[in-house]
Design a protein. Structure first.
Lengths: 130, 290
């Protein structure tokens, strides 16, 4: 489970890094960075539950604002860059906080479902060594 | 004798008042507007006014006005000369007819100059409106299928966000100890102000969509209409150029007739001349009679 969490965190960070382009950070880049930090807080095994809860809450409230800034950012309308196209391909994954509230799901549950990891698939997974 | 002196004095006064045919060097008359971003973003109804205002401040507008004023002065001089010719006899009459011909020639020079400048004005306007049209078309051509799909997804995302924002606020802020952020508070405050301003802009008379025969025109349609108007001006100028050519021919014929009369070859030259007003069609009367 610990390895899986690490893998997912690294995957999320890599995805975010891939989306974020070089140069001046805009609303989208800031949101992607904050989302990666939130996912890291959710998935890291080192944090005690209380600390994780506090960290996640702060990051979530910040991410709500950042998601709204992106959705209201008129400079992104029709801006056909890989980062913008990729962001709007999956609303549920990009605007994580809004989508999770919409579906009445916890943040982590919603994200895991979006990346294709369910309780069932985890239960069916075998622990092994490579 | 007194009458002759009076007429000679009058003629001299008229010629002094009329001044030279081209009092100023209008070769530097120019107007070089550009289809700037500011112009592109202006409301369609204000677009034409902005171009006209820019033209009015240009050396070209000053030159057009100057030639127009000089033409009016020439017409007045020709009218007075015609009166003087009617009252004159003998050599003085012939002399006045020479001066009348000279006035006609000067008027034609001014008219040609005026037409050239007006053509320059119409061509410049066509060029700027064509530039605007091509900029508008470039924006449309930039709509690749990929971009269209992106905009559709962005609109869908925005609609989804708007429909869920109340639920998100209720769930995250009203049911927990966390308060709304400074961004959320300031944004909500500004939204009301923005809505008021947008409503005022939409209701503003200067922001009204231009209409043609009661039918609302799109921005592109309106600019195309402006191009058409200026092309019509050019077509009319072509016609006026023909009038100018005919007038010049008549002046040449008048001069030949006068020359023949002076040498005694012409027995049929009528003595009178007639006046006209400024403008090529109004001045036609001057040229069809001698």
């Amino acid at each position: 489970m610990k390895h899986l969490s690490r893998f997912i965190a690294v995957a999320a960070l890599t995805l975010a890094a891939g989306i974020v382009g070089p140069g001046h950070a805009g609303t989208l880049e800031n949101m992607e960075r904050e989302r990666a930090i939130l996912l890291d807080s959710l998935l890291t095994a080192e944090l005690p539950p209380e600390q994780r809860q506090a960290k996640v809450e702060v990051a979530r409230n910040r991410l709500v604002d950042l998601e709204r800034m992106v959705l209201r950012d008129r400079t992104l309308v029709g801006k056909s860059t890989p980062a913008v196209r990729s962001a709007y391909e999956n609303y549920d994954l990009t605007f994580l906080v809004h989508a999770s509230v919409e579906h009445n799901r916890a943040l982590l549950d919603h994200w895991l479902q979006q990346v294709g990891v369910s309780t069932e698939s985890l239960m069916n997974a075998r622990v092994g060594r490579r | 004798m007194k009458t002759v002196r009076f007429l000679a004095g009058l003629t001299a006064a008229i010629l002094l008042a009329a001044g030279p045919a081209q009092s100023a060097n209008t070769d530097d008359a120019s107007w070089a507007p550009r289809a700037s971003e500011r112009l592109i973003k202006l409301p369609a109804s204000y677009l034409k006014k902005a171009v006209e205002q820019d033209y009015a401040r240009s050396p070209l507008a000053a030159a057009v006005n100057e030639t127009r004023e000089n033409m009016a002065v020439r017409v007045k001089a020709m009218e007075e000369l015609r009166g003087a010719i009617d009252r004159a006899e003998g050599e003085l009459r012939t002399e006045l007819r020479h001066q009348f011909l000279a006035e006609k020639r000067a008027y034609l020079e001014l008219l040609a100059r005026n037409q050239k400048l007006r053509r320059q004005q119409a061509e410049t306007k066509i060029r700027i409106y064509e530039n605007l049209l091509s900029r508008m078309r470039q924006d449309k051509q930039g709509m690749t299928p990929q971009r269209v799909a992106l905009i559709e997804r962005q609109n869908a995302a925005h609609d989804r966000f708007e429909s869920s924002i109340g639920k998100v606020d209720a769930r995250l802020f009203r049911s927990s100890i966390a308060s709304e952020s400074r961004y959320a508070r300031d944004y909500a405050k500004n939204v009301a102000a923005i809505e008021q301003l947008v409503a005022a802009i939409n209701a503003h008379p200067m922001n009204e969509q231009p209409r043609l025969d009661g039918i609302a025109l799109t921005r592109e349609d309106y600019v195309r209409q402006l191009v058409g108007d200026n092309q019509a001006t050019l077509a009319v100028l072509d016609q006026e150029q023909s009038i100018l050519g005919f007038m010049a021919k008549l002046v040449a014929l008048d001069a030949t007739a006068l020359s023949e009369a002076a040498t005694g070859d012409d027995l049929s030259a009528p003595g009178a001349t007639q006046a006209a007003e400024a403008g090529p069609t109004d001045a036609v009367e001057f040229f069809v009679t001698r």
